[in-house]
Design a protein around this ligand. Structure first.
Ligand SMILES: *Cc1c(COP(=O)(O)O)cnc(C)c1O
Length: 230
């Protein structure tokens, strides 16, 4: 099996090809279920941004790697009893989908830290089971977040349901992009569209994503997560 460093090189080549001489998207390495050693190896290859989904698993890794000064993104679903730890240990949160959560993150973000960067997750496929705000409720949530102290609304995130056809991937990514631009009209300072994973990063970048979240294609196939450990 290729080493993490070779996998990162191949992902970076895909990013270069997809971006076609335009600005490269930020590469967020999704490190859920990976060891601190794997993360350290990826950091040695120059990666700085890491995404975690499960708080209990993430906190010891963040503590163990403190000296590397990595940037930590919370990308899992958020229960309201977890917001204190998120507000204290992360730099970005991609999965804000209700005002209550944004309000708690704002109240709990220590004043000694820089503002917490927030992305609103939209439920672009309108799946009942999925988290994310519905498109029609996006403006209301954005307005609520934009008035909160110690957090900064930076943009949008989406997890479209898996599709194998490129044209279909592109179409859904473009719908996310349209919502992003609509939001940017209202809040010109937002600058981040978090869209694209291992299987659809090319379509996401063609649609204008500037932050891709890549797990499998950096670290290899994932072992199953034990939900009881959340
Ligand atoms: C796991 C995960 C990813 C990475 O997915 P891969 O297909 O392994 O690249 C990206 N975003 C979120 C929100 C995830 O939970």
């Amino acid at each position: 099996m290729p080493r993490i460093s070779e996998k990162i090189e191949s992902v970076q080549t895909r990013l270069l090809n997809a971006a076609q001489y335009a600005e490269l998207p930020l590469l967020l390495a999704v490190s859920k279920t990976r060891s601190a050693d794997d993360i350290q190896e990826a950091a040695t290859c120059g990666l700085i941004h890491f995404g975690e989904n499960y708080l209990q698993e993430a906190l010891p890794k963040i503590a163990a790697l403190k000296n590397l000064h990595l940037v930590w993104h919370f990308i899992g679903s958020i229960q309201s009893n977890k917001t204190t730890d998120i507000a204290n240990h992360f730099d970005w949160v991609h999965t804000v989908d209700r005002e209550k959560i944004a309000r708690r993150l704002s109240e709990q973000r220590p004043e000694t830290l820089p503002d917490l960067n927030l992305l609103i997750q939209i439920n672009i496929d309108t799946e009942d089971s999925k988290s994310g705000v519905r498109v029609e409720d996006l403006s209301t949530l954005a307005e609520a977040i934009s008035s909160l102290p110690r957090v900064k609304l930076r943009g949008l995130m989406a997890i479209p349901k898996p599709r194998t056809d490129y044209a279909e991937q592109l179409a859904v990514c473009q719908r996310v992009r349209t919502e992003f631009e609509r939001l940017q009209q209202l809040y010109p300072e937002i600058d981040t569209l978090s869209l694209g994973m291992s299987a659809d990063l090319e379509a996401a970048i063609e649609a204008g994503s500037n932050l891709v979240r890549i797990g499998t294609d950096i670290f290899g196939a994932r072992p199953a997560h034990n939900q009881a450990e959340n």
